[in-house]
Write a protein of this length. Sequence first.
Length: 391
Amino acid sequence: QVREAARRKLLAQGLKARDLLEAAKDDSDPEVRRTVRAVLSRAPAKPVPAAVHIRPGDFRSIGRLTVRAKNEPLAAVVERIGTAIGGTLEPPADRIEERITLELIEQPCYDVIAALARLTTTRPQAPFDRQGRMLLIATDGKLKPAPRASAGPMQLTVMEVAATRSFGVAKPPRYALTLRLEWAPFVQVRQYERPAVEVARDPDGKRYRPSPAMARSASYGVGTTVKHHTTTVHVEPAEADCKEHLAALEVSVPMYLRHDPATVVLDDIKDAPRCLGIDGKEAKPGTDESVQFHSVKEVEGGRGQWVVDFTATLLAPGAQQTVQAHLIEPDGSLRRVNVYGGRSIAADGTVRITARAYRGTNGRPKGVRVSWFRREEQGSLRFRLEDIPLR
């Protein structure tokens, strides 16, 4: 009863008790250690100093890259960019030895990819796939690219425009713009709302407005492996004689975004059992942001199925919900491990996961990668699209 009363009072103290709890989270007494960590997982987090803190909801500053390359092989440059965005860029095989010069300072990651594509006369074949890969394919440069805009770790592209005109009724035409929202592998979108039209003007400055079809808001849930989504906005002329062309369209997209990723890698599955921290070094089991790999075994008679059993100690609630694992294939690619044996979260922040990867006959995996996101925040991004023909 005394212990339970103390637990309640510590929670009531909130931030005032945080320093004392942090000091006791590695206490030699296992019961004290478990109790303190359980309280810490529910107590408010201490604010990060303003100098290194991203303002809540300010997603514009996430994902900015600086790239400096002077007469370097393309292969080396795309490897650096891929590492920075948590994925892989794959240019045409016959281009990887080309030498390029590129200098970009603090630019959104999708602007960096676009600049690289222009320089190498390539274009992305599709958004990042579930494994975090993007193929850059050769192009002759004759096809005009679709209108696009980037902000923070995301890009918005106009994929299609459809016009609706009414017969026998004096109503202005309505235009439906299909937009593709895509994001880099180092973030995860949990949910977003249909874009809100902030500004829409033709080349003469005449206004367009959201049509009645936009009156009702819509929210979209997004799966954890998806890295792009399609939505629609509707606009109509707000003034007489508007041209069927948008010189500028600005939209804002409210969302829940997960970011600040962390990763623990077991380079060789033969090293299990082993406990590692995010620095790749040995860690004491139960240390925050450590992963204890219990076993990585092939299922007998399972035709290439592998079972991964591990425990991650994560005090941040968002991290506990987003932790996932991948097998590292012999060629370095990743194969997602699907949870089948359950996910249990203990009071001290440990997440025990037993999962299985279906691999077929791809050979023995090299290692295991466990990752999660430390932060989940609500905010929005604003995109400015230009030169959009409506017919």
